[in-house]
Design a binder for this molecule. Structure first.
Ligand SMILES: Cc1ncc(COP(=O)(O)O)c(C=O)c1O
Length: 472
């Protein structure tokens, strides 16, 4: 019986079946686990934590309850656990992807609802308002579901504000880095709150808000962010996003009702807690005179292992310090985190000096730009993104555009890939559809919803007109 090699990636996520209560105990240390059946059909689990010192004899044959032992694992140490009971099956219906046009984004309604339930629980238990950041997820055919749980959105432009008004059926909390004079009238029409990125912009537009009953705010920059990647760090030196405290000269401009900060990205509640320390130290004296504070986005509360009770505690503690303030959070990713896939198809397989590339009917630069920009390696169904020496079926995944770098480095597949076969990218709903382009004239992926009852609705197909209408 050969033991499968099960790979642990740096923790961001965990299988759905892993008991959340168990995870909660590990959230500060656990690394992402993956699993697969061994030759006897038993599920085996490999798990790593950053703590050092796993005793060698712990490898093999531990029961699931022995997870506590794993606190001692050294990162990268392979250890097999035979789980004595069959794992609960995935609670989500499995779609027959063959019925779906390719390429296609497929949102799974049950997964979206699961995220929304958690977000709505945090909202209720912590006594805050959580609104959806359209910049991360603006698939409006899913808004009727979103509206069952949350009642607002944040917009970063006139078009997002209008989409909020028309499809979320409410006025937006709008924040843009700068407003266009010719658009500002319309933005007011669609907004309940408008946050300005600078004192100058507030002075230019702020006095027009009163007669529309719009609440004005200013974005501030507390100068600290846990985000390491400069491209995503709003508090990098010289950042253009939000006013640093010294620019206020000890006093808020008259009429400001709220402050907004955004310094997180896929961050934890502990990062929020730390940010609040910086924020309150610098801007605390302004808070008694305000009506609301917006903690921005980046709160990835739907990621497995996120310490939700701690988040609720942090929010409640803030509210008890400032009971007069309405607290708003505006995550994007958390809403659509792991809620669906991008289905693609192999069009060709090319080889160059031993490197095989499967050319797909999608483009990384046009359809999944974060895989190149961030960059990160997406999970691919049935493949490993961390090939091992013994893996045989190795393929780069090639985009269909002519950009030389439009490919992902090798993935290991269980069997040789064939032309016509589907390749499914996991977790491709947030920050994908909102960022797609038609570079090279490549067709945009269709959009489908896998309903909770198993039906598949293809809600959008794109064609030549969508390409042509962007140009003239
Ligand atoms: C001002 C602001 N609010 C909210 C968000 C949403 O953040 P996330 O999708 O990481 O939760 C962003 C993301 O860039 C942002 O810039």
């Amino acid at each position: 019986m050969s033991k499968p090699v099960i790979v642990i990636r740096k923790l961001e996520d965990s299988p759905d079946w892993l008991d959340r209560r168990q995870l909660a105990a590990y959230q500060s240390t656990i690394y992402r686990v993956s699993f697969s059946p061994d030759g006897a059909g038993r599920q085996q689990l490999l798990i790593c934590t950053p703590d050092a010192g796993i005793p060698a004899h712990s490898a093999g044959g531990c029961a699931c309850n022995d997870l506590i032992v794993m606190r001692l694992l050294r990162p990268g140490t392979p250890i097999f656990l035979s789980l004595p009971h069959p794992l609960p099956s995935n609670p989500f219906p499995k779609v027959d992807l063959k019925k779906i046009p390719s390429p296609c984004f497929v949102l799974e309604e049950a997964r979206l609802r699961k995220n929304l339930e958690l977000i709505s629980r945090v909202q209720n238990e912590a006594g805050v308002q959580i609104i959806l950041a359209f910049k991360g997820f603006a698939m409006w055919s899913a808004f009727p579901v979103v509206r069952e749980y949350v009642h607002g959105a944040t917009a970063s432009s006139l078009h997002e504000a209008r989409l909020c008004f028309e499809e979320m059926k409410t006025k937006a909390h709008t924040y843009a880095v700068a407003y266009q004079p010719r658009e500002f009238g319309k933005i007011m029409q669609y907004s309940s709150h408008i946050t300005f990125n600078s004192i100058r912009q507030y002075k230019k537009y702020g006095k027009r808000l009163g007669k529309h009953a719009i609440s004005p705010g200013i974005r501030v920059n507390p100068g600290w962010s846990p985000v390491g990647t400069a491209l995503y760090n709003p508090a990098s030196p010289g950042s253009r996003l939000g006013e640093p405290v010294e620019n206020f000269k000890g006093k808020l401009p008259e009429g400001v009702e709220g402050l907004h900060f955004h310094t997180l990205c896929e961050s934890s509640s502990y990062d929020l807690e730390k940010t609040l320390g910086f924020f309150e130290k610098q801007f605390g004296t302004f808070l008694p005179g305000l009506k609301w504070v917006n903690f921005g986005g980046g709160h990835l509360m739907t990621r497995a292992g996120y310490d939700v009770p701690h988040l609720i505690g942090v929010l409640k503690a803030f509210r008890s310090r400032y009971p007069h303030l309405q607290v708003i959070l505006e995550p994007g990713s958390a809403f659509a985190w792991d809620t669906g896939v991008l289905v693609s198809t192999v069009l060709d397989i090319v080889a160059n000096k031993g490197v095989k590339t499967a050319i797909l009917d999608v483009s990384f630069t046009a359809h999944m730009p974060d895989t190149l920009e961030m960059p990160y390696r997406p999970r691919v169904r049935g493949a490993s993104e961390e090939p091992a020496a013994q893996d045989k079926y190795l393929y780069r995944l090639g985009g269909v555009s002519c950009l030389s770098g439009d490919y992902l480095e090798v993935y290991a597949f269980e069997k040789p890939l064939k032309v016509g076969q589907q390749v499914v990218f996991e977790d491709m709903i947030h920050y994908t559809m909102v960022k797609t382009t038609t570079f090279n004239g490549v067709t945009l992926p269709s959009i489908a919803i896998l309903r909770s009852d198993g039906r598949v609705d293809v809600v959008r197909r794109f064609g030549y007109r969508d390409y042509k209408n962007r140009l003239s």
